[in-house]
Design a protein around this ligand. Structure first.
Ligand code: SR1
Ligand code: MG
Length: 386
């Protein structure tokens, strides 16, 4: 399948052709690609009054190049996910101006007035009072609406079918949920973590628990997920005096276990806490797991009376939420581990003057979250581990 891979100089013409920019003003463009997978360009008028972002999926993993081919159809999954979130939480995602399926390109709001949450945290800034609450709420709103509680059975079966994303799910099944626990060429780590990496590969109990989480990831079609909800997929800032949170980059979206989204967020919050501990800049880090869980739970409970299938009773809601909590802890553990001994690492740790002590703490915490998730029943239990 061939399509037009956009370069910086192509963007003004592309935006005009697609009807996103209909006057003759000069358009300045810069490439701001940052994630592992895609390219992103920002286009703005010379006077700075108008701007747009263009995101295009390449036929490979951007950071690996053509040696790691990857279908650009992942952009379809991203556009679909944005369309679903727009129905229930339009204030928590960027405005989408158009999707071009032929060229796998999304034209969307320029959010460069906001800051990527990871960048802000790495610079020593606190989360502030709303970031985790809005993120937890978003997970509740998206997951309730796309679960069998918020959607009629037949419509949901169609959503599940339309959201199947084999290649991107396989990336997660591999790089998050198996490779760090086996010998694999993708894996790498700091040499002073050799002992822990070897321990983790030899740990039969850990491997069985990760297998359980992996199988749940493969089979538990609870709701539409963001699929990669780390702190690099969230932008925060102020607009007109209000704190805004925007979740972006849902290309890994598919119908899976809700705890995967919460778990990724928690893992990244916990790793950022280890960075802050190492640098002596701890602030509100320790509250974030609790705040996001409380916001998720209270929003999910608020929506519960609107469920479309009342055979699911209140006692079942408690059981469902308990399962989401437990699985979230497990996925948080796997996300921490893979970010230190797997393929894709985090700048939170890699940019520390000495990443080893914080990485060791995080790895051990990750293992505990995986193997002891059933006995950790509250945010306070997780705090006690730290
Ligand atoms: C090959 S991609 C590795 C990671 O980058 C993405 O952002 C996802 O987190 C994926 O696991
Ligand atoms: Mg991404």
């Amino acid at each position: 399948m061939s399509y037009r891979i956009l370069e910086t100089d192509d963007i003004p013409g592309y935006l005009r052709e697609r009807g996103h920019w209909d006057d003759a003003t000069d358009i300045g463009v810069r490439e701001v690609s940052d994630g592992n997978m895609n390219r992103v360009f920002l286009a703005s008028s010379a006077d700075g009054t108008r701007s747009l972002a263009v995101k295009q999926a390449l036929p490979w993993v951007r950071v690996a190049g053509p040696s790691w081919p990857m279908s650009p159809d992942r952009a379809d999954a991203e556009a679909r996910a944005y369309a679903q979130v727009a129905k229930v939480a339009p204030d928590k995602i960027p405005a989408i101006h158009g999707y071009d399926p032929e060229n796998h390109a999304l034209v969307m709001e320029d959010m460069s007035d906001l800051e990527v949450l990871r960048t802000r945290l790495n610079e020593g800034e606190p989360y502030g009072p709303h970031t985790s609450a809005r993120t937890g709420e978003l997970v509740a709103q998206l997951s309730f609406a796309t679960s069998d509680f918020g959607m009629e059975s037949a419509e949901r079966k169609a959503l599940i079918a339309a959201s199947v994303s084999p290649e991107l799910c396989k990336i997660t099944e591999d790089v998050v949920l198996s490779e760090p626990y086996i010998e694999h060429e993708h894996n790498h780590w700091h040499e002073q973590l050799d002992d822990l990496a070897a321990d983790f590969r030899a740990d039969a109990r850990l491997r069985t628990e990760v297998a359980d989480l992996r199988h749940t990831f493969m089979t538990s079609a609870q709701a539409l997920l963001h699929g990669d909800l780390h702190t690099g997929s969230i932008m925060v800032g102020e607009r007109e005096g209000a704190h805004v949170v925007r979740v972006f980059d849902p290309e890994f979206s598919f119908v899976g276990p809700v705890g995967y989204d919460l778990g990724l967020y928690w893992a990244n919050a916990l790793v950022s806490e280890e960075r802050a501990r190492a640098l002596g800049t701890l602030s509100d880090h320790g509250d974030q797991l609790r705040l996001s869980w409380e916001a998720f739970e209270s929003e999910f409970r608020r929506l519960w009376p609107t469920r479309v299938d009342t055979f699911f009773d209140d006692a079942y809601l408690d059981r469902f939420l308990r399962r989401v909590w437990t699985e979230s802890l497990g996925y948080a553990g796997t996300e921490i581990v893979r970010r230190i001994i797997g393929f894709a690492h985090l700048t939170d740790l890699t940019t520390l003057p000495d990443p080893v002590p914080a990485s060791r703490r995080a790895l051990l915490l990750g293992r505990e979250l995986i193997v002891r998730r059933e006995e950790l029943s509250t945010p306070e239990h997780v705090r006690a581990l730290l």
